[in-house]
Design a protein around this ligand. Structure first.
Ligand SMILES: Cc1cc2nc3c(=O)[nH]c(=O)nc-3n(C[C@H](O)[C@H](O)[C@H](O)COP(=O)(O)OP(=O)(O)OC[C@H]3O[C@@H](n4cnc5c(N)ncnc54)[C@H](O)[C@@H]3O)c2cc1C
Length: 372
């Protein structure tokens, strides 16, 4: 799938924006988010009537790739904010909920987050035990969510809880919870090997009151809400992987071009490695763009999102490793760009469904299509 002229122009616009406006500093990248909000980029695929730019999903994917090429932490914060932080409202919110929250998210006045994972429920999301006890006018939520991107920084969380654990996935319900709600506290912030600028935190809920007006969809629909959002979220993480892989290749090439043997036309081994990685980068791009374009056309498939995520994030890891080896001792220094690419890439293989889980999705879909 080749990008249209308009998509190519957008990609060039995003590259220019990212190189001029996205910094790769140390702290939570508020300034980056603010600059993106000024351009309307925090609501790229959100319709104009709800404060967004009304672009298609593929355009948003091109944006995440370019931002991640400069700063993968900013990339994932924006991806989570948009794919699984704002889309729940767009797809499943009532008109009143959209007016109340989606407009603020699209304008970047609010940062969105997604709270599904628990200590005993990661890959098996149906095993969540955070409870939602029905009370007059709403629910009381009690439980613990872990590893929540933008935890403590976000203004709005889509929280998944169960009205009855014995119902399994049929009990899971989605709720909109605002920062600062009584009963919601932010627990431990994780110290991670990469993505240092994202706050990955624990959320603790103790008798947290959520009015019925903040329930997304009907009771028991939360599991299908979460799964349908994750398909889009995975394409966003694929784009993040593309950005990291491209940055790692660019950095390695920059280093190689300074070497005398490279200038003299030698270093065949390195050239072959580079050729293989560059070919895989284009292949992963095609998978990612196709998954996004099919989603735009209303024929997105879980398998395509899983293939894109696996191909792009596994590649990011390998390209980062190659970059370290290529830069040799300069590449292994703590805080150097190659080490940052490597440490950032690892997390992309884990969140929004590990790459092992993606392979299960792919294999299941293949056997349904091809099996006799
Ligand atoms: C940096 C970071 C940010 C995150 N942000 C968020 C967020 O914003 N919101 C949120 O809700 N969650 C978030 N997560 C959590 C993430 O989605 C989970 O870590 C992920 O789904 C895996 O769950 P788990 O860690 O419990 O691993 P487990 O499910 O315990 O899996 C452990 C290992 O076993 C493998 N495995 C599990 N089941 C199978 C199987 N059936 N077959 C083969 N292998 C299997 C897994 O692939 C993995 O390698 C984040 C995680 C990280 C690292």
């Amino acid at each position: 799938m080749i990008l249209s002229k308009e998509h190519c122009e957008k990609a060039a616009e995003f590259r220019y924006f990212a190189e001029k406006n996205i910094d790769c500093g140390d702290n939570y990248p508020r300034a980056n988010l603010h600059r993106a909000a000024e351009k309307g980029y925090m609501g790229l695929p959100i319709p104009r009537q709800y404060g967004g730019l009304g672009e298609d999903f593929l355009t948003y994917i091109l944006f995440i790739e370019e931002v991640s090429r400069v700063c993968a932490s900013t990339g994932v914060i924006m991806a989570v904010h948009t794919s699984v932080g704002s889309m729940p409202l767009l797809y499943f919110g009532s008109e009143e909920q959209k007016r109340r929250y989606l407009v603020k998210l699209a304008r970047g006045e609010y940062i969105g987050a997604f709270a599904l994972t628990e200590p005993d429920a990661g890959s098996d999301a149906a095993a969540i035990s955070t409870g939602a006890r029905p009370v007059h006018g709403g629910y009381r939520l009690t439980g613990r969510k872990i590893f929540i991107t933008s935890g403590g920084e976000a203004d709005l969380y889509t929280v998944f809880a169960t009205i009855d654990t014995s119902l399994g996935r049929k009990g899971i319900t989605a709720f909109l919870v605002e920062k600062g709600s009584p009963g919601l506290t932010v627990g431990r912030t994780e110290s991670k090997m990469g993505l240092h600028r994202t706050h990955t935190a624990e959320l603790l809920m103790e008798d947290l009151y959520v009015p019925v007006s903040n329930r997304l969809e009907k009771e028991g629909k939360g599991f299908s809400v979460a799964m349908s959002l994750l398909d889009g979220g995975r394409i966003g993480i694929a784009a993040q992987g593309l950005g990291i892989a491209a940055a790692a290749l660019d950095y390695g090439i920059f280093f190689l071009k300074k070497r005398a043997d490279w200038k003299e036309g030698n270093g065949q081994g390195k050239r072959f490695e580079l050729a293989n990685l560059a070919t895989r980068l284009e292949a992963a791009r095609l998978l990612t763009y196709r998954a996004a374009a099919n989603r735009d056309a209303g024929k997105g498939k879980a398998m395509e999102a899983s293939m894109a995520k696996t191909a792009a994030t596994d590649l990011a890891m390998e390209a980062a490793s190659w970059c370290i080896e290529t830069c040799s001792f300069e590449g292994i220094i703590q805080g150097s760009p190659p080490v940052r690419f490597f440490c950032d890439a690892k997390a992309t293989q884990i969140y929004e469904g590990t790459n092992q889980i993606q392979r299960i999705v792919i294999a299941r879909s293949c056997s349904e299509v091809r099996g006799s």
